[in-house]
Design a protein around this ligand. Structure first.
Ligand SMILES: [Zn+2]
Length: 315
């Protein structure tokens, strides 16, 4: 056997590794395996009886990871391409790996699965709620899983000039909004802030008012439960134009302009129409959330929800 392997072109160190295998596998190194399989032999978690599978998926993933997935019977013919896509994704979060593997076979679309795991959407809404990390400042996350304390109130609220609308915003947000507003005016739009900061109690009243006319699962698609509204942070505002309500604001040219330009001023459209399954809210083309210019531009460029962006790059 040794001499046959030598004839085949293997070096002595390689032959030593091959000779540790049973005869069946030794023969395969003569007949069907190629040099690329040798790298598995020197890995610490290498299992002799898994060689065929290592060969089958060789090159798909980094060697150590492939060995781990093969050894644990995770990888198979139907999920191998999805696994490759998952491990190569820039939105892969290592601490979520176990969950990804738990859900990989349950979803046809691996990107959707990853998005769901990253945003905790595999959980029921409003379950496993955590207090949001206030130290993240203007980049804090507020959604159905991250809440603000009931007594949270920003300490730098300023009044919106009546010419621009009504309400209060955090100073930094209002200052960022002014150049956006001025550019909107130049474009011929007449934006008005119709709702800005809302204290916890106000959100509580609002939400409970809605509960009187709609079932809770419906209310939850358009109104945040108290503590879970971005409005309590003073970082967001609803805008519209005179003659339009929030509900038909999407018909305005201003709404399209905002969607394409607000990131230049540090804002994002927090609830896009095509991401309702992730955000849990109906599309809200009117809600601008301030996150700072650099972050807003990055979120816009990536076209992912802020919920997922936060999990990947802020948390
Ligand atoms: Zn709003």
């Amino acid at each position: 056997m040794e001499s046959k392997l030598k004839e085949k072109g293997y070096e002595q160190s390689q032959i030593d590794l091959i000779m540790n295998l049973d005869e069946d596998n030794q023969q395969k190194f003569l007949d069907e395996y190629d040099q690329s399989l040798l790298k598995y032999l020197s890995e610490k978690d290498f299992m002799k009886d898994k060689l065929d599978e290592y060969q089958k998926y060789d090159g798909l993933l980094e060697t150590k990871k492939l060995i781990e997935l093969v050894n644990n019977d995770v990888i198979n013919e139907t999920n191998s391409i999805k696994l490759k896509k998952l491990y190569e994704s820039e939105y892969f979060i290592p601490k979520n790996e176990k969950l990804y593997l738990e859900y990989i076979d349950k979803y046809e679309d691996v990107d959707k699965m990853r998005e769901i795991v990253n945003t905790r959407r595999y959980l029921d809404l409003y379950s496993d709620i955590v207090d949001t990390d206030l130290s993240k400042g203007v980049r804090m996350l507020i959604n159905k899983y991250y809440r603000l304390p009931a007594d949270y109130e920003p300490d730098d609220l300023v009044a919106v000039d009546p010419a621009l609308g009504r309400g209060y915003l955090r100073k930094e947000v209002y200052e960022a909004y002014q150049p956006l507003y001025e550019e909107a005016v130049k474009q011929g739009f007449n934006l008005k802030v119709v709702s800005a900061y809302r204290p916890y109690k106000m959100q509580d009243d609002l939400y409970n008012g809605y509960l009187k006319k709609d079932p809770q699962e419906v209310v939850d698609t358009y109104s945040a439960r108290p503590g879970h509204s971005e409005h309590q942070s003073g970082l967001c505002m609803d805008v519209s134009e005179p003659g339009y309500s929030l509900d038909n604001f999407y018909q305005t040219k201003a709404s399209k302009w905002l969607a394409e330009n607000c990131h230049k001023y540090g804002f994002i459209i927090r609830y896009p129409e095509d991401k309702t399954d992730i955000t849990g809210y109906q599309g809200e083309p009117w809600q601008l959330r301030y996150v700072g210019k650099e972050t807003a531009e990055d979120v816009y460029r990536r076209a992912i929800t802020y919920d997922e962006y936060y999990a990947c790059f802020v948390e």
